[in-house]
Design a binder for this molecule. Structure first.
Ligand code: ZN
Ligand code: ZN
Length: 268
């Protein structure tokens, strides 16, 4: 199983997961043109993607959906709340209702959606397991806090894509208005570097090969700050895997089988 981050953050998100001939995209938060550009950059024809999985209906996760489903006929898998929230963007799309805790299969991938704590209708994260190889990947972004449901879902993964949105000190002292600081730092907002470190501790096992920090704030964080914060946690453990940071304006990967250390980076 291999995974590419096609861009990550509040200006747009998409993750391509591939296992054998099966390709699924988690979120489509760019323009369809940009999404096509980025898929092409990693040698993937957009029409070869078998399914689009949506975590939630916020625009940084769905902005390409309307054009993409028309152009490439991607079937959309999302919770009832997300489908409702995405509304007319999904007009004409073939949709599949998914639910927290109920696994489904796309080609070689068994996908388990789990609930996240975020200010959307019915947000989820995903764990994808290759039926052939047993390799497991978790994508966990857009969550204000780590619940038991999340902690349980992301055990024994090989690749962990984890939100590391903000440094708590930078958010507090930064330029955001009070209400936005409260939203981002709240239980239904975004995960801090500190909370990401705590969750990663729960995920450590000898099969964990790669942690990818995702959905970094461009205002209240930086790749160096997030990386250092996670390194501080990992240094105290026996973690032998890699640590990478997903950029907002670039593609990084592949992670997983055949991925080099940290993956290749292409900036747009
Ligand atoms: Zn987001
Ligand atoms: Zn969101």
């Amino acid at each position: 199983m291999r995974l590419w981050m096609l861009g990550s953050g509040s200006k747009g998100n998409a993750v391509l997961v591939e296992s054998g001939d099966t390709r699924v995209l988690v979120d489509a938060g760019f323009s369809a043109r940009r999404l096509a550009e980025r898929l092409t950059a990693i040698g993937i024809a957009p029409a070869s993607v078998q399914a689009l999985l949506l975590t939630h209906e916020h625009s940084d996760h769905v902005s390409a959906v309307q054009r993409a489903v028309k152009r490439w006929k991607w079937p959309v898998h999302a919770t009832e709340g997300t489908l409702r929230g995405a509304g007319e963007l999904l007009e004409g799309a073939s949709t599949h209702v998914i639910a927290r805790g109920v696994p489904f299969t796309v080609g070689d991938l068994r996908i388990e959606p789990f609930g996240t704590s975020h200010d959307a209708a019915d947000p989820v994260g995903f764990v994808a397991t290759s039926v052939c190889s047993g390799a497991r990947t978790a994508v966990v972004t857009d969550l204000g806090c780590v619940t038991d449901e999340v902690r349980t879902a992301v055990q024994r993964v090989d690749v962990l894509v984890l939100e590391s949105n903000h440094d708590e000190g930078l958010l507090e002292s930064g330029p955001y208005p009070w209400h936005l600081k409260r939203r981002v730092g709240g239980k239904h907002g975004h995960l801090s570097n500190r909370a990401a470190g705590e969750l990663s501790m729960h995920c450590l096992h000898k099969g964990l090969k790669q942690i990818v920090l995702a959905h970094l704030s461009e205002t209240n964080n930086s790749p160096a700050v997030a990386h250092e914060s996670m390194q501080r946690v990992l240094r105290r453990t026996r973690y032998k895997g890699e640590l990478a940071v997903a950029p907002q304006h670039g593609v990084v990967g592949p992670f997983g089988d055949g991925g080099g250390p940290g993956g290749q980076l292409t900036l747009f």
